[in-house]
Ligand binder design. Structure first.
Ligand SMILES: Nc1ncnc2c1ncn2[C@@H]1O[C@H](COP(=O)(O)OP(=O)(O)OP(=O)(O)O)[C@@H](O)[C@H]1O
Length: 294
C-alpha cells in the first residue's frame, strides 16, 4: 500500500486551518484550487513553496478580509485567540549619560520609560501615544529586542514583525531583493516572499516594480515596503512605529483596512501622533511627558 503523498496532507491541513480561521466553505474551496494551481504551475511542492499550511491559511484569510472588507462579510470571525503575544512588566529604560556618545558626555542618564506594564493579545490593536521624547520609539525597540531594558521584563512571541520609524532598508537593493532577504530570514522561498510582498504593496496602493531600487522610491512608497516587510509572514505580533509616515489620504485609509484585516491573526502595537487613530484602536498606552533635561 502506498503512503499518502506529503502534498495531500499539506492541502488537507490547509483546508482544516482555513475552516478554523472562519473562511466559508465555498471560499476555502476556491482558495485551495488556486493554491494547487499555483504550485502545479511552478512544479513545486506546496510546503516548499508556501511554507507551513497553518501559517499560509492565516495569510490567505487575512488577504481575503483585506480584499473585500465592505462588499461581503466573511463568516463570523473566530473568537480572538486568548494567547498573549506581548507582555511587559515594570519596564524601565534609562538612556543618555556617558554611554550615550560624546555629545552626551557629562549629562546624567535619565529614565525614558518608567515601570511600563502592558499585555497585548492576538486580535487587539493598542496605540502608544505621548509627547515627543516620551519614549515611544524606545518602547518599540525594547519590544523588538533591539534594546535591553534597564529593569523589568519583556515576554514576546518569537513570530513578530517590526516596522521601525527610521527604517532599515537599503537604498541600493531593489524591492524584490528586500522581499527575498526578509523572507529568507523567515524561511520563506523567494517566490513566496515576492508574491506575498507584491500583494501587500498593491493593497497599500502601489503596484510594485520589483526591480526598482529603494533609494529611487518616494518616502511614502519606501514606507509601504517597510510595512510589507514587517507583515511578510503574517506574524503573531506587529510592532509599527508611526506606520503612516509619508502616506497620502488614500494610503492612510488602506493602511487602516489592512490593520483591521491583520488583527485576525496578530496583536498590533502601533505608535501614533494622530488623534483619529486613537478612535480606531482597542486601547491606548499613554506615556508620560519626558522629564525636562537639566
Ligand atoms: N540612541 C540613543 N541614545 C541615547 N538617548 C537616546 C537614543 N535614542 C533616543 N534617545 C533619547 O530617548 C528619549 C526618548 O526618545 P524616543 O525617540 O523614544 O521618543 P519618542 O516618544 O519616540 O519621540 P518622537 O515622538 O519625537 O518620535 C529622548 O530623550 C531621546 O533623546
Amino acid at each position: 500500500m502506498s503512503a499518502t503523498p506529503p502534498s495531500t496532507l499539506w492541502y488537507a491541513s490547509l483546508a482544516a486551518e482555513l475552516d478554523a480561521v472562519g473562511v466559508a466553505a465555498a471560499e476555502a474551496g476556491r482558495l485551495l484550487e488556486a493554491t494547487r494551481a499555483e504550485a502545479e504551475a511552478a512544479s513545486a511542492d506546496p510546503a516548499a513553496m508556501f511554507g507551513p499550511a497553518t501559517l499560509y491559511a492565516r495569510e490567505l484569510a487575512g488577504a481575503l478580509r483585506a480584499a473585500e472588507p465592505a462588499r461581503r462579510p466573511l463568516a463570523p470571525a473566530p473568537a480572538p485567540a486568548p494567547e498573549v503575544v506581548l507582555r511587559l512588566r515594570g519596564l524601565t529604560v534609562t538612556r543618555g549619560g556617558l554611554g550615550g556618545g560624546p555629545r552626551l558626555l557629562g549629562r546624567r542618564r535619565r529614565a525614558v520609560l518608567r515601570n511600563v506594564d502592558l499585555e497585548l493579545r492576538r486580535g487587539e490593536v493598542v496605540a502608544v501615544v505621548g509627547a515627543n521624547g516620551a519614549g515611544k520609539s524606545t518602547l518599540m525597540q525594547v519590544c523588538a529586542g533591539m534594546l535591553a531594558p534597564t529593569a523589568g521584563t519583556v515576554e514576546r512571541t518569537g513570530r513578530f514583525g517590526y516596522a521601525p520609524q527610521r527604517d532599515c532598508l537599503s537604498p541600493l537593493l531593489t524591492v524584490d531583493e528586500h522581499l527575498a532577504l526578509f523572507g529568507a530570514a523567515r524561511r520563506q522561498s523567494r517566490r513566496r516572499s515576492t508574491t506575498t510582498g507584491h500583494r501587500l504593496l498593491s493593497r497599500l496602493g502601489w503596484r510594485a516594480r520589483g526591480a526598482q531600487r529603494l533609494g529611487t522610491l518616494s518616502g511614502g512608497t519606501q514606507q509601504k515596503v517597510n510595512l510589507a516587510l514587517a507583515q511578510l509572514d503574517a506574524p503573531d505580533l506587529l510592532l509599527l512605529d508611526e506606520p503612516y509616515q509619508g502616506f497620502d489620504t488614500s494610503a492612510y485609509e488602506e493602511l487602516w483596512e489592512l490593520i483591521d484585516a491583520w488583527r485576525a491573526t496578530s496583536g498590533i502595537l502601533l505608535v501614533t501622533h494622530l488623534l483619529r487613530d486613537v478612535g480606531l484602536v482597542d486601547r491606548v498606552l499613554e506615556l508620560p511627558s519626558p522629564e525636562v533635561d537639566r
